[in-house]
Write a protein that binds this ligand. Structure first.
Ligand SMILES: Nc1ncnc2c1ncn2[C@@H]1O[C@H](COP(=O)(O)OP(=O)(O)OP(=O)(O)O)[C@@H](O)[C@H]1O
Ligand SMILES: [Mg+2]
Length: 275
């Protein structure tokens, strides 16, 4: 038997280029992006607006097919969405408004994981308890704050026991204090459950607090600029000198030598297309 010193990465993104195309033009969102995510990593994609973070996350979720390159989860090429990937978006309206908090969590469990009613309810209450919302299980989403709705969305995704949790700026629309509290709560939940996280943000501070590893992407089209270790930082380290130094270094890496490649190219056969 061969013994491998390091386990293979859970998620392997290899030279991934992603594009949006319509009849007239092609927009390249990411260019040959590669990274590996290991079990229990809190892996953050950080970059300026428009660098392709959401597009990358959607590709990992299986909503967008690669133009070139590959995404592998546990060695299998990702070919579409699946319950092995739980997604939490930025919007507060991702819950069904006509279902209670518990019903929102139960719904996916019954359809995708084929759990019986009692089992699904038990599992739902377990995760609602983990995110501190068991007392609100019978409430409807419109009676909750934005932060509470996001915690329900996190609970719903975690209930499915996905291999990896994908989060696209889940706290960006919250006020600064709630956002900090949500970051701390996410870390506390991670300490408890040790899920694997792929988290998108354009906030340097959020990346360092939430992430254990941070991938820096250059402006549009997104290319890998650097990868940093952020294990040392948590919600209490934002005031430290080391935190400030790392933030500054990231700022320089992100915004120095911005490349001016034209991200849009004509489709073959269109006026102005390359020969
Ligand atoms: N549906 C779409 N059709 C065409 N182009 C798109 C579409 N969605 C995104 N793009 C383009 O792809 C590029 C990457 O967009 P994306 O939304 O992935 O960026 P982002 O890094 O998530 O930005 P932000 O921080 O603002 O959310 C942008 O240039 C954007 O204009
Ligand atoms: Mg985005």
């Amino acid at each position: 038997m061969t013994v491998h010193p390091f386990p293979a990465p859970m998620l392997q993104v290899d030279k991934l280029s992603l594009e949006y195309a319509d009849a007239h033009r092609v927009v390249r969102a990411t260019h040959r992006v590669s990274f590996d995510v290991h079990e229990a990593d809190r892996f953050v994609l950080l970059g300026p607006s428009g660098c392709g973070k959401s597009t990358l996350l959607k590709a990992v979720a299986g909503f967008i097919a690669p133009r070139e390159g590959q995404i592998r989860l546990d060695g299998q090429a990702v070919a579409g969405p699946g319950p092995d990937r739980g997604v939490v978006f930025q919007e507060f309206d991702q819950l069904a408004p006509w279902k209670t908090v518990r019903q929102n969590v139960v719904f996916g469990l019954r359809s995708a994981r084929k759990l019986g009613a009692a089992q699904a309810r038990e599992r739902a209450d377990e995760v609602l308890d983990q995110v501190g919302l068991l007392a609100f299980a019978d409430a409807y989403p419109h009676t909750l704050s934005g932060g509470m709705k996001q915690r329900v969305a996190i609970a719903r995704a975690l209930a499915m026991q996905p291999r990896i949790l994908l989060m696209d700026e889940p706290f960006a629309a919250l006020d600064a204090l709630t956002r900090q509290r949500m970051q701390a709560q996410l870390l506390a939940l991670w300490e408890q459950v040790r899920f694997t996280l792929l988290f998108v943000t354009h906030s340097i501070e959020e990346a360092l607090v939430v992430g254990s590893r941070v991938l820096l992407l250059s402006p549009h089209p997104g290319q890998v600029r650097a990868e940093l270790n952020a294990h040392a930082f948590d919600a209490d380290s934002t005031g430290s000198a080391a935190f400030q130094q790392t933030s500054q270094r990231i700022h320089q890496l992100l915004f120095e030598h911005q490349q001016v490649d034209a991200p849009i190219r004509r489709r073959a056969g269109q006026p102005g297309a390359a020969p």
